[in-house]
Design a protein around this ligand. Structure first.
Ligand code: OAD
Length: 248
C-alpha cells in the first residue's frame, strides 16, 4: 500500500489537464467497488474456489456451462442490486459539462456508467445483461426470471453471456475506436483498473506515448503507476468528484 497522500490539486499542469477539451477515460472493476461489486483481483474476487480466468473462458463453458451460468447469475444478482456511486456520477457529469470531448471506455460489463448518465460508453468486454446463442448467434436481453440451468435459444442452441472471455477477440470496431481516441487525446484518465489485461491496458500506454497527460486513480499502485503524470492513490468515489470540481 503506498503512503496516503493528501489530495493536492494545486499543480498548474494538473489544473490545465482537468480543463482539457480532449479527455479519454478508461475504467475497470475498481470504479464499481464502492457500489459493492467485487473486483476481479481484489480480496473478494474469488467466487467459490475459482479465479475469474478459470470461468471466463470458452473451454470452461463447454466443460461446465451450468457452473459458468451460476457464476454469471451470482454476478448479475450483485450488479442488479447495486447503484452507481459518486465516481460513476462524476464521470457522467464531466462528459456533460463540456465544452470539448470526453470519451468513456470501460472494461466493466455492469452497465453502471450508463445508469449514472454516461453516454456513448464503449464497453470493451460486452454487457452482462445480454445473452448470445452459441449456434445461431442470436442476441437477446437476459431473462432474469431464469434462476438456474443453461438458457436455451429458440433454435435449441445454448445461450452464453455476451461478454468477452479470456482468449477471445474484443469487438473490432470498438477496439479500433478506442485506440484512435487514445492516440489523439490530450488527457487520459485511468481509473480503477489493475492494468494487467490486454489489449485494454495498451490504451493508456499509447496515449502517453503520443504526449497525453496520464492521470491514474487507484488506491493501489499498478504496473502503469510509474508512467502516470499524476497518481491519486485513493478510491475513485472520493477522487473523481474532486477532480471534476477542480476543473469546473
Ligand atoms: P481488477 O480486479 O484486475 O482490478 C481492479 C482495480 O481496482 C485494482 O487495481 C484495485 O486496486 C482497484 N480498486 C479497488 N477499489 C477501488 C476504488 N474504490 N477506486 C478505484 N480503484 C479501486 O479489475 P480490472 O482491471 O477491471 O475481463 O480487470 C480487467 C479485466 O480482467 C476485467 O474486465 C475482466 C477481468 O478478468 C474479462 O472478464 C475479459
Amino acid at each position: 500500500m503506498p503512503p496516503a497522500k493528501a489530495l493536492s490539486l494545486d499543480d498548474p499542469r494538473l489544473r490545465q489537464a482537468l480543463t482539457s477539451r480532449s479527455v479519454v477515460c478508461l475504467t475497470g472493476a475498481g470504479i464499481s467497488a464502492e457500489s459493492g461489486i467485487p473486483t476481479f483481483r481484489g480480496p473478494d474476487g474469488l467466487w467459490k474456489r475459482f479465479r475469474p480466468e478459470e470461468l471466463a473462458n470458452f473451454d470452461a463453458f463447454l466443460a461446465n456451462p451450468e457452473l459458468v451460468w451460476e457464476w454469471y447469475r451470482y454476478r448479475r444478482d450483485k450488479i442488479g442490486s447495486a447503484q452507481p456511486n459518486a465516481g460513476h456520477r462524476a464521470l457522467a457529469a464531466w462528459q456533460d459539462r463540456g465544452p470539448g470531448e470526453f470519451h468513456l471506455i470501460t472494461q466493466n460489463v455492469d452497465g453502471l456508467h450508463q445508469r449514472a448518465g454516461s453516454r456513448d460508453v464503449i464497453e470493451l468486454h460486452g454487457n452482462i445483461w445480454n445473452d448470445r446463442c452459441l449456434e445461431c448467434g442470436r442476441m437477446q436481453e437476459s431473462d432474469s426470471s431464469e434462476v438456474a440451468g443453461v438458457p436455451q435459444c429458440e433454435c435449441g442452441g445454448k445461450m452464453r453471456p455476451d461478454v468477452v472471455w479470456f482468449g477471445e477477440f474484443l469487438p473490432e470496431a470498438k477496439l479500433e475506436k478506442s485506440f484512435d481516441l487514445a492516440a489523439a487525446c490530450e488527457v487520459f484518465l485511468l481509473v480503477g483498473t489493475s492494468a494487467v489485461v490486454q489489449p485494454a491496458a495498451g490504451l493508456p500506454v499509447l496515449a502517453k506515448r503520443n504526449g497525453a497527460c496520464l492521470i491514474e486513480v487507484n488506491p493501489e499502485p499498478t504496473p502503469l503507476s510509474d508512467r502516470a503524470d499524476f497518481n491519486f492513490f485513493a478510491p475513485a468515489g472520493e477522487v473523481l468528484p474532486r477532480l471534476l470540481e477542480a476543473g469546473s
